[in-house]
Design a protein around this ligand. Structure first.
Ligand code: FAD
Length: 417
């Protein structure tokens, strides 16, 4: 999107984030996390906190800047050029912070949110369990109330930050509803309370964030660490899915942008058959297609950001957030793949970072809800908007376009069963 259509506030955060990404994130850190020489880059978060770049949307009283989604997506695109691991750690402040900010007590905000935004505490989230991530409400981790504590048992897997985070945002079953929707609660679980890391995964990309499996065996969690109401974490889950998916969507824009810029520059220098390869339509049209899709994805992400800031109705919002996550991540994969194709063999090597971006990008179609789950949400919310509760379509204030056919009145021809 052209900077001229950004507001002053958006341009300001963009320039601050660009300066941070350019000056404060050493190239060596990116190489070391990809080589797994670094297990958890805490100093990256500390540096971002120093520049007051964490938790941008949260109230100033807790160290945030009180900005909106319109500004946060701009910042996320900039941090996205770093791939997935560092942006994920950056985004976790926005994701876990959302739950604490919207549903936490003043004490919880002082104890956890402020310190996380200040870079003094680091956080992670555990939603996924070994028996299934998409089936979130089928989670088997339990928390049983005993006096002033909850006794936590179970495990979560694929947790980014398993190895380094100071505290975890954990969902656990506290009720008996067999469907799980009305029996989930959310807790802030400190590592010191006894969280065990039992497995660190070898990953295709997104390395260096300390992704692993965490296990809880009879952990005593003080009742003060329950977030929101017992058995009502569905409300928190629904809210948290906004930052969960929007951070993936906006970060994807930065990854795609970085890759296509590298490939376009290369195509302007590399020659084949005596000509710059960008003079071949096969190459330049791949760049044109990539840019068009990237701009379309950015437009959708920004429109969704505006919808969140304007507090539009929940069903439409869920649809837009899911569309943004799906479209931006699918687009990033396609654009980065095109960038590799433009570069030929050298794009597949470690001489250029395209192969790392491609490895990183493969994950974003899977995490924070797979893109199939996004489709599930999109069509579900669309039909909810389209039809009355009885399953009928009403035109409401719209023209009945279905009637604009010469034989539209021949109802006997409209056979449905
Ligand atoms: C590197 C990495 C980091 C991650 N970070 C975190 C993290 O920090 N915290 C966290 O909680 N989780 C994290 N995840 C987990 C991630 O969000 C899950 O892997 C993802 O939600 C999918 O869950 P699953 O792996 O259990 O797959 P499954 O749920 O088993 O799905 C398998 C396949 O079935 C499809 N499927 C399942 N149900 C349906 C359905 N109803 N309709 C259509 N298709 C369906 C899925 O789309 C998928 O293709 C991470 C994962 C990885 C790999």
């Amino acid at each position: 999107m052209h900077p001229n259509i950004y507001s002053g506030e958006q341009l300001k955060i963009q320039s601050e984030m660009r300066a941070f990404v350019k000056q404060d994130v050493p190239r060596q850190l990116l190489l070391d996390i990809d080589a797994e020489k670094v297990k958890y880059p805490r100093e990256f978060l500390e540096k971002a906190a120093e520049k007051k770049l964490l938790g941008l949307r949260f109230p100033k009283e807790y160290g945030g800047r009180g900005l909106g989604w319109k500004e946060e997506v701009v910042a996320l695109e900039e941090v996205g050029v770093l791939g997935t691991a560092l942006p994920c750690l950056y985004s976790l402040v926005s994701i876990v912070g959302e739950a604490i900010n919207c549903f936490g007590t003043k004490e919880q905000k002082d104890k956890y949110l402020s310190k996380t935004i200040a870079g003094k505490l680091t956080t992670a989230e555990g939603l996924t369990e070994p028996r299934g991530g998409s089936d979130f409400f089928g989670a088997a981790t339990t928390a049983k109330r005993e006096g002033d504590y909850y006794i936590l048992n179970g495990q979560k897997r694929f947790v980014v930050g398993a190895e380094g985070a100071d505290y975890f945002f954990i969902y656990a079953k506290t009720g008996t509803d067999p469907k799980g929707k009305n029996s989930m609660s959310a807790f802030l679980v400190e590592r010191e309370m006894g969280v065990k890391v039992e497995h660190i995964y070898g990953l295709m990309g997104t390395r260096g964030g300390g992704t692993g499996r965490i296990v809880f065996r009879n952990l005593k969690i003080p009742k003060e660490n329950l977030i929101g109401e017992e058995n009502n974490a569905i409300k928190i889950f629904n809210r948290m899915m906004i930052p969960e998916r929007m951070t993936s969507a906006a970060g994807a824009l930065g990854m795609a942008r970085a890759a296509i810029e590298i490939a376009a520059r290369y195509s302007n220098k590399r020659k084949a058959f005596g000509q710059k390869i960008r003079s071949f339509e096969a190459v330049s049209f791949m760049i044109a297609d990539s840019l068009t899709k990237l701009d379309a994805a950015r437009a959708l992400v920004h429109a969704t950001a505006q919808a969140i800031d304007s507090d539009v109705e929940a069903s439409l919002l869920r649809r837009l957030v899911s569309e943004s996550k799906k479209f931006a991540t699918d687009t990033a994969w396609e654009v980065i793949n095109n960038a590799m194709q433009v570069m030929g063999g050298i794009g597949y090597t470690s001489v250029f970072p395209i192969e790392r971006l491609l490895r990183d990008a493969r994950l974003i179609m899977i995490w924070t809800g797979t893109n199939e789950i996004m489709n599930l949400v999109i069509q579900h919310e669309y039909f909810k908007q389209l039809l009355t509760p009885e399953g009928e379509f009403t035109t409401k204030d719209l023209r009945d376009v279905e009637g604009d056919a010469a034989d539209s009145e021949k109802v006997e021809e409209k056979v449905f069963e």
